[in-house]
Design a binder for this molecule. Structure first.
Ligand SMILES: C[S@@+](CC[C@H](N)C(=O)[O-])C[C@H]1O[C@@H](n2cnc3c(N)ncnc32)[C@H](O)[C@@H]1O
Length: 403
């Protein structure tokens, strides 16, 4: 298993610098940016995307990238479900913010949850998500499957500008997990939108529950911009275009993201140190932020043998990597030989070391470059009482330093 390339993790922006700025974010008066109509554009874009059948999807240039991204989400969701179950949670409730057309419904079903609230800014996507959920249940009844079933509700709302709590069917809705997959970056348009998003993520989350997601890696995005000769960079799979190269505001640092066939929208750099600071306001404690390539390695190379086995089997079942060299009757996803140079080198290396493998799993370099623009993250809602104690400890440490 070796993806097309393994870019360096070094970021263009120093983490320490980012943390310094983040500290100032927490204390300075934050200027609220004017609300723009970007949300409307984003909703229109996702509403206009056509649902494609399986045959169409397999012909897509980014078939494996999409499967790979789905695999990453499956691993993250599986991991967190395991944690909340180990903490003793039963009848698990989940909020999926920016659920789209319901790409994660099956994952929640397999995770044996009890209730799911799906919300998205795009009304057509929510309708399609609900249809998908209904037909999933019909299939279950028809085949008399023993698959667990869960209840669900569907809400069209801008999670960066609306308080979701007032829209849930039951007043006392609480979640074990809040998930925001490939959507969090949209809230970094302004401070108030990040704030509203985090309030939504946290206020109905049970103490000890998790806020998880996948989003863009601003360090990597800026690093590639700095390395580029102009304001735009990418390959035949993705393209990122900025208006400027040197100055980025904490919020509203906009660029256009194009991912072939699926995304063409304004997005915003997610400034993680600021996010971590604002999250504290809502009792959300930062747990981890891991680049997709590191997370892939964690799951497939550095885990215990059972997890490793599960992860590898799932990679195969989800067709999350492309077979190189391809089977006779198949074409590779990319026609460019350089897209498979790393895979070819890796295979030759393995063979020269005496391994008997004749094929390996990979992603074309162009797809791998797109996959490595992302991170998975997790925050945990502090159990009641812990925040107060932490604040007290920090205060007394501060006082001790002054003395
Ligand atoms: C790339 S799609 C991801 C969909 C789904 N989470 C998945 O992983 O398949 C991003 C989704 O975020 C939604 N979105 C963008 N801005 C949003 C906002 N302000 N509030 C709620 N949803 C939003 C879009 O409509 C779109 O469905």
């Amino acid at each position: 298993m070796t993806p097309g390339a393994q870019p360096n993790c070094a970021s263009g922006v120093q983490n320490q610098d980012m943390e310094k700025v983040a500290r100032s974010v927490a204390h300075c008066e934050i200027k609220f940016l004017k609300m723009s109509e970007i949300g409307v554009r984003v909703a229109e874009h996702y509403n206009s995307l056509q649902e494609k059948g399986l045959e169409e999807r397999t012909k897509s240039r980014i078939f494996y990238l999409r499967n790979f991204n789905n695999w990453i989400k499956s691993m993250l969701i599986g991991d967190i479900l395991q944690k909340v179950k180990a903490d003793g949670a039963r009848d698990i409730s989940v909020l999926d913010i920016g659920c789209g057309k319901g790409g994660d419904l099956l994952k929640w079903k397999k995770g044996d949850i009890s209730h799911l609230v799906c919300t998205d800014i795009a009304g057509t996507s929510i309708e399609q998500c609900q249809q998908r959920f209904d037909s999933m249940n019909q299939r279950r009844n028809f085949h008399r499957h023993n698959f667990p079933s869960f209840s669900a509700e569907f809400i069209t709302a801008d999670s960066t500008k609306t308080r979701l709590k007032s829209l849930y069917k039951k007043e006392n809705t609480f979640f074990n997990i809040v998930s925001c997959q490939f959507a969090f970056h949209y809230c970094f348009e302004s401070y108030s939108q990040v704030d509203q998003m985090l309030q939504n993520a946290s206020e109905c989350l049970k103490p000890g529950g998790y806020f998880i997601g996948s989003t863009t890696d601003s360090c990597e995005i800026v690093k590639r911009l700095k390395a580029s000769d102009d304001l735009s960079y990418g390959n035949d799979v993705y393209r990122i275009t900025f208006n400027e190269k040197d100055k980025f505001s904490l919020f509203g640092a906009q660029y256009n993201f194009h991912l072939t066939e699926v995304v063409d929208c304004p997005e915003f750099l997610v400034y993680f140190p600021a996010l971590i600071e604002i999250a504290k306001k809502y009792d959300l404690e930062f747990v981890f932020k891991t680049r997709f390539d590191d997370y892939f390695n964690e799951c497939t190379k550095n885990a215990d043998s059972r997890k490793l086995n599960d992860a590898r089997q799932l990679l195969g079942r989800m067709q999350a990597l492309e077979t190189f060299p391809p089977f006779e009757e198949k074409d590779l996803a990319s026609a460019l030989p350089e897209d498979y140079k790393n895979a070819k080198d890796e295979l030759e290396k393995l063979q020269s070391e005496g391994e008997s493998c004749r094929k390996i799993g990979t992603l074309s370099l162009a797809e791998w470059e797109a996959a490595t623009l992302y991170v998975v993250f997790a925050f945990r809602k502090l159990p009641k009482g812990v925040k107060r104690k932490r604040d007290d400890i920090e205060d007394s440490e501060e006082q001790a330093r002054k003395q």
